[in-house]
Design a protein around this ligand. Structure first.
Ligand code: F6R
Length: 606
């Protein structure tokens, strides 16, 4: 989604804005722009396309020179990607960048048109810029507050007023924004990686708080305009962690980050070989309290919840319902104070997941979030939070965040099973030790990517693909299928293997490759029967299963073998070849792996 940056200080600000914007490219965007105070005037440069297109424009028109400015990468919502619709928006008096959606922009626009304002763009943002101009009487904070009283929706705003050169005003509601500080310089950004080149120190802006940035000073005001003190935070990762290093893409780097990410996430949550979630409020007493569990999330994070459901239900015997957040919000779910709602989110800012959390709280359920970004909205608003420690995930296609979400679900499942007397301490210790062994197994799998590269070479020209599996393998293949389609643009679906012959098998021909996942030994023979059915209809079959399984040629064209671990934990290792197949297929198709078309990393609008 849109990215916001801002800088005030001694450095040449265009350079800082471009550098910071480039660090937000991963969020997804289709145009970029900046506004800079140049000789006391606000000057704007913007362009449809990539940051490189903006730079090309600067090369021909001349670079804006100054020490205070705001910048933006836009992911179009209202109006097509174009120079005119790109941010910043405003006029000589007030100029803004905006992330979010102004829901009542039509009403505001009508009000402003009656006052004689003429609109250039199709954006909702321009209405906010013009409303600021309309209400401005010399006091920026009072003006911002008056405007915020009128607008409905979500926003993170960076604002510059001509009357206050070398000053940035910032405010947010339901869209992320941080304020970072260095020596005599200050920044705003949608995300910490945007400023790591300059500083690790930052503040989290809360709902409707206003920040005023000057080179030497940052001040904060609450929603009544009273000055407030805020806690200064220090990022626990550096610029290196947000870099590709020697890898050609972030996605492959992040796939390789997975063993470390799991260790960093689970080690502090294991005491004497047993899961220990007390630090986040999940005491064993509390774990005995719940009648039902709901897992609510979007996309890949929801897929982690599907694995969590199988594991929790199997070993803890507590009913788990998994919902897509955008459905959960509107389906009037039945919740009680005996229910636990688990929200899963890498970014912690996904709009639908955040609203689902608020709905769960209004209905009296306990809420627990599994979140990667520290201090994000979902983490801050939920009753309990378990932070995953994946570090920054830059590739739009999520890999390591999914992996650590899985590892947290295993810890929760083991703890629930033990707390509810469904598992002995001995069994709990054994499974926890197996979980601790997963990172080493992934390291082994990553040493020999050749099979996955070969499979990718066989899939590269496919137009359609099926993933099949049963039980945990079905839950996992949903993630495999999403990974492939989002970065290779090959249409793919995931099916419960036993469901194929109820309709979908009619699509299977020699032009429909099938990736079958069969890691659950109790279901192996049944899945293999389904695999034979698709093979008999001409499909090219890839079988992902245990190393130890002998696979005949009449079953599969290619086998990807996995080391042995408890079947319950197989999704953690089996997902790795699925990630690699998606990655190499995308590379072979010449796609922009880390920034797939039309996608945004952090979906902060509904
Ligand atoms: C796919 C992917 C998305 C996200 C989804 C939720 O690779 O990354 O499906 O999982 O948009 O995002 P978060 O986890 O930030 O809530």
């Amino acid at each position: 989604m849109c990215g916001i940056v801002g800088y005030v200080g001694a450095r040449e600000c265009t350079e800082v804005l471009l550098n910071s914007l480039s660090k937000l490219e991963y969020r997804g965007y289709d145009s970029a722009g900046i506004a800079v105070f140049e000789n006391g005037e606000i000057k704007t440069q913007k362009s449809k396309g990539k940051i490189a297109d903006l730079v090309a424009k600067m090369d021909s028109e001349g670079k804006l020179m100054g020490h205070c400015g705001i910048g933006h990468t836009r992911w179009a919502t209202h109006g097509e990607p174009s120079d005119i619709n790109s941010h910043p928006h405003g006029n000589a008096n007030v100029t803004i960048v905006h992330n979010g959606i102004i829901e009542n922009y039509k009403k505001i626009k009508e009000f402003l048109e009656k006052k004689g304002y003429v609109f250039e763009s199709e954006t909702d943002t321009e209405t906010v810029a013009k409303l600021l101009d309309c209400f401005y009487e010399g006091n920026p904070i009072a003006t911002i507050q008056r405007v915020l009283d009128e607008v409905e929706g979500s926003y993170a705003l960076g604002i510059m007023f001509r009357d206050y050169p070398n000053r940035i005003y910032a405010v947010r509601k339901d869209s992320p924004l941080i304020v970072a500080v260095g020596d005599d310089e200050a920044f705003i950004a949608s995300d910490v990686p945007a400023v790591l080149k300059y500083t690790k120190k930052y503040y989290l802006l809360d709902q409707d708080e206003i920040a005023v940035l000057d080179s030497g000073r940052v001040e904060f005001f609450d929603d009544h305009g009273a000055p407030i003190k805020k806690q200064l935070l220090v990022a626990d990762f550096d610029e290196e962690a947000a870099k590709k290093g020697n890898y050609p893409h972030y996605m492959i780097k992040e796939i390789h980050d997975q063993p470390t990410a799991i260790r960093t996430t689970i080690t502090p949550r294991i005491t004497d070989g047993m899961p220990d979630l007390e630090e986040c409020g999940m005491t064993y007493d509390r774990l005995r309290d719940y009648n039902n569990i709901f897992v609510v999330a979007c996309g890949t994070a929801m897929h982690a919840g599907l694995v969590g459901k199988y594991v929790i239900e199997k070993i803890a015997r507590i009913s788990v319902t998994v919902d897509v957040a955008s459905e959960f919000r509107y389906r009037d779910p039945i919740l009680t104070d005996k229910d636990l709602v688990i929200l899963v989110s890498q970014s912690g800012e996904t709009a639908d997941t955040l609203e689902a959390l608020r709905l769960a709280k209004r209905n009296g359920a306990d809420t627990l979030s599994i979140v990667n970004v520290k201090g994000s909205s979902i983490a801050r608003e939920s009753d309990m939070v378990i932070y995953t420690h994946a570090g920054p995930e830059i590739s739009v296609a999520s890999t390591k965040a999914y992996m650590v979400q899985l590892s947290v679900f295993y810890l929760i499942a083991f703890a629930l099973a033990y707390a509810n007397d469904k598992m002995t301490a001995e069994e709990c210790r054994r499974l926890t030790a197996q979980l601790q062994a997963v990172p080493e197994q992934i390291e082994e799998i990553l040493k020999t990517p050749e099979d996955c590269q070969y499979v990718a070479s066989q899939l590269v020209n496919a137009e359609n693909l099926l993933y099949i599996g049963r039980g945990l393998d079905y839950a996992l293949s949903m993630e495999g299928s999403l990974k492939l389609k989002e970065i290779s643009y090959i249409h793919s679906e995931s099916y419960a293997a036993g469901e194929l012959k109820h309709g979908t098998i009619s699509l299977v021909t020699d032009e429909m490759p099938v990736i079958a996942v069969a890691t659950q030994r109790d279901l192996y023979d049944k899945t293999i029967s389904n695999v034979k059915e698709v093979k008999a209809r001409g499909a090219y079959v890839v079988l992902v299963t245990h190393d130890s399984k002998e696979v005949d040629n009449d079953v599969a064209d290619c086998k990807i073998g996995l080391p042995t671990i408890d079947d319950l934990l197989m999704p953690m290792t089996a997902v790795v070849p699925l990630q690699l197949i998606a990655y190499y297929t995308s590379v072979l198709r010449g796609n922009d792996v880390d920034k797939p078309r039309k996608l945004a990393k952090s979906v902060t609008v509904e």
